[in-house]
Design a binder for this molecule. Structure first.
Ligand code: FAD
Length: 312
């Protein structure tokens, strides 16, 4: 479903992010978790995109498999890095033919296996250029939906480390929206004040598209350290660090602290009329399902209802 229709139907969207599995065992675990998460009836799910050629094909395969074999509505991530125009055109054509309705257009992380990769070779230098290209593709009429792909872009409540100037950064974000983005999905954050301030700064910058909040429950200390490496700039607040410190080396206690923190973030975001919550699931289902239980929810529908339909 085009993302604008999803936002029209759902007062608050709920979505889950997966990454393509790299082995048979990872694949089996992911599909088992997807079967459990499907019961929560999310508004959509998204699939990340790597810099390497083989993992890129895995993104396509997972997206198409989700579309064909589940009730889920998959949104593929697509990046500028390591691509020319023809390649992006081919990918969009394949997704259009498979009935995929939306894409998340990103700058992309530099390839880890190509240190010093020269990004001037890429056809698109910033995500705004990629958004513009998807718009032009949409105008070409290849997509079965006359509106073409709905387009999402990334936002960084705590700022992106490559642009220390936070005023310039909002101009760059506005450029992505002006180029045709329909919504913003944020980097994960652990302090909701960062998200609320970002939302206000978007408003002041004249950015009025829906903003979805990225939430990642901490479930292990090693996962938290990996997250700090991948989600550069994300701050773990002192209160959360103290709670994790009290949990010590007990893995179950660490998980309980992380899930409790994420539950309270979600509760507060819902009270503050967040337009959507996007769970970085890390291909697992237990933390997300536990948060649902903590919030007293059987599935996403209770969150997604419009106010007029609210059962209170
Ligand atoms: C929700 C989400 C999903 C993600 N999924 C993936 C994924 O699947 N695969 C992946 O590789 N990475 C992914 N990332 C990471 C992301 O690709 C990187 O953080 C990347 O560095 C920034 O992406 P962007 O789309 O914001 O890029 P851009 O909008 O291009 O911004 C990149 C940097 O350039 C700056 N900039 C933008 N425009 C200009 C301009 N005109 N002049 C000068 N500077 C400018 C920005 O401020 C920013 O610092 C994801 C991030 C988020 C938040």
């Amino acid at each position: 479903m085009h993302i604008n229709e999803i936002f029209a139907a759902d007062q608050t969207t709920v979505s889950f992010e997966f990454f393509p599995p790299k082995s048979q065992a990872e694949s089996e675990a992911l599909y088992a978790n997807i079967a459990l998460l499907e019961k929560l009836q999310p508004s959509f799910v998204s699939v990340t995109y790597g810099a390497g050629g083989s993992t890129r094909q895995l993104t396509h395969d997972l997206v198409v498999r989700l579309k064909q074999t589940t009730s889920l509505d998959p949104i593929p991530h697509l990046t500028c890095v390591c691509h020319n125009e023809q390649e992006v055109d081919d990918i969009l054509t394949k997704y259009a033919q498979a009935g995929i309705s939306n894409v998340l257009a990103l700058g992309g992380d530099p390839p880890r296996d190509l240190p010093g990769y020269d990004r001037t070779q890429d056809a698109f230098h910033h995500a705004a250029d990629l958004v513009g290209f998807v718009k032009r593709f949409n105008d070409g009429g290849t997509h079965p939906d006359p509106r073409g792909f709905g387009i999402g872009v990334a936002g960084f409540p705590e700022g992106h480390p490559s642009t220390p100037n936070r005023l310039d950064e909002m101009d760059f974000l506005k450029a992505k929206v002006d180029a045709g983005a329909d919504y913003i999905c944020t980097q994960l954050f652990f302090d909701n004040h960062d998200f609320y301030d970002f939302r206000e700064r978007c408003e002041l910058a004249g950015i009025h598209v829906p903003i979805i909040a990225g939430i990642m429950p901490i479930t292990t200390l090693s996962g938290m350290k990996r997250m700090a490496q991948l989600a550069l700039g994300a701050r773990v607040p002192a209160k959360l660090l103290r709670a994790l410190g009290r949990a010590g080396t007990d893995p179950e206690a660490v998980k309980r602290v992380g899930i409790h923190w994420a539950t309270e973030q979600c509760r507060d975001l819902l009270d503050s009329q967040v337009r959507g919550i996007h769970f970085y699931t890390l291909n697992r289902s237990d933390a997300t399902r536990q948060i649902y239980q903590n919030l007293g929810l059987a599935d996403s529908l209770a969150l997604r209802r419009t106010e007029g339909q609210a059962a209170v």
